[in-house]
Design a protein around this ligand. Structure first.
Ligand code: NAD
Length: 271
């Protein structure tokens, strides 16, 4: 896959899946902006990225805050001239049964995982549709045919949903947020293809990243054995998801939008 001179903006890019995607984009020639709320991991990952490319910036902020999101998109465009790919990875996990989860935990998950995806999508779409809208308006005023999608730059949005979007015991907030982003993705796909903006989501099963905390080590590895027994291809690695993200941004996948790709490790239908 070739991403020379392309620009990827990766939210939650300091850790896990986002970090792996950022590094792989950089190795394939892209310019990369990572955005994250965790200053320490953001700085460490930025240092790693800089060893791969001189064209990497790190932006500190909170995906649930409109001002932070807009400032991030502005900074990326100011530095690199544009953004070609928005990769929505920022996410948090607050588990709890329906009867027990606190309102604060529910709100926090929705704010980051769902509203954050909306805010980043909106900020990029505003920037991306400015020139196309002017061209469409001018064509209409001059009585000329409106430009077709392929006359506009090919942009992609890839959002990390989860197999939990199908419903998962103890994850009501997380599942709601991850189902919600599928709604955003499918709406974006329908609404934005006229501007050549394509939107996809990926649904990973369990991936070994910091978001799962001590799940794989606690209780003498009981949960590790449990998930290894349920997922035929084993617990996933960030690279499994990152490769799918890159493919969904590549020239090779240019003739599709609105797809939801399951990274299920061979386990169909649930986490
Ligand atoms: N690991 C899994 O099993 C798994 C499975 C399915 C989906 N996902 C999703 O993949 C995405 C990436 O998670 P990961 O597994 O790499 O975990 P991770 O914890 O390694 O990465 C998530 C990143 O998001 C950042 N973040 C959290 N809240 C933020 C906010 N408000 N603003 C900006 N950044 C914020 C964190 O600091 C972290 O760097 C998440 O959306 C997660 O829900 C993970």
């Amino acid at each position: 896959m070739h991403f020379k001179d392309k620009v990827a903006l990766v939210t939650g890019g300091a850790s896990g899946i986002g970090k792996e995607a950022a590094l792989r984009f950089a190795r394939h020639g892209a310019k990369v902006a990572i955005f994250d709320i965790n200053q320490q991991t953001l700085e460490t990952t930025h240092e790693e990225l800089k060893k791969v490319t001189g064209d990497a910036i790190a932006i500190l902020g909170d995906a649930s805050q409109k001002d932070d999101v807009e400032a991030c998109v502005e900074k990326a465009i100011e530095r690199f001239g544009t953004v070609d790919y928005l990769i929505n990875c920022a996410g948090i996990l607050r588990d709890g049964l329906i009867a027990k989860i606190s309102e604060a935990d529910f709100d926090a998950v929705i704010a980051t995982n769902l509203k954050g995806v909306f805010l980043f999508t909106q900020a990029c779409v505003k920037a991306w549709t400015k020139a196309p809208l002017e061209r469409i308006k001018a064509a209409k005023a001059e009585g000329k045919p409106v430009p077709t999608p392929s006359e506009f730059p090919d942009r992609r949005i890839v959002t990390i949903s989860s197999m939990a979007a199908e419903g998962n015991i103890g994850q009501v907030a997380y599942a709601a947020s991850k189902a919600g982003v599928l709604g955003i993705t499918r709406t974006a796909a329908k609404e934005l293809i006229q501007y050549n903006i394509k939107a996809h989501a990926v649904q990973p099963t369990l991936i070994d990243t910091p978001i799962i905390g001590d799940l794989l080590t606690k209780e003498d590895g009981k949960w590790k054995r449990f998930y290894e027994g349920r997922i035929p291809l084993g617990i996933g690695k960030p690279g499994h998801v990152a490769d799918a993200i890159l493919w969904l941004c590549s020239e090779e996948s240019c003739f599709m939008t609105g797809n939801v790709l399951q990274l299920n490790g061979g386990k169909l239908g649930e986490l």
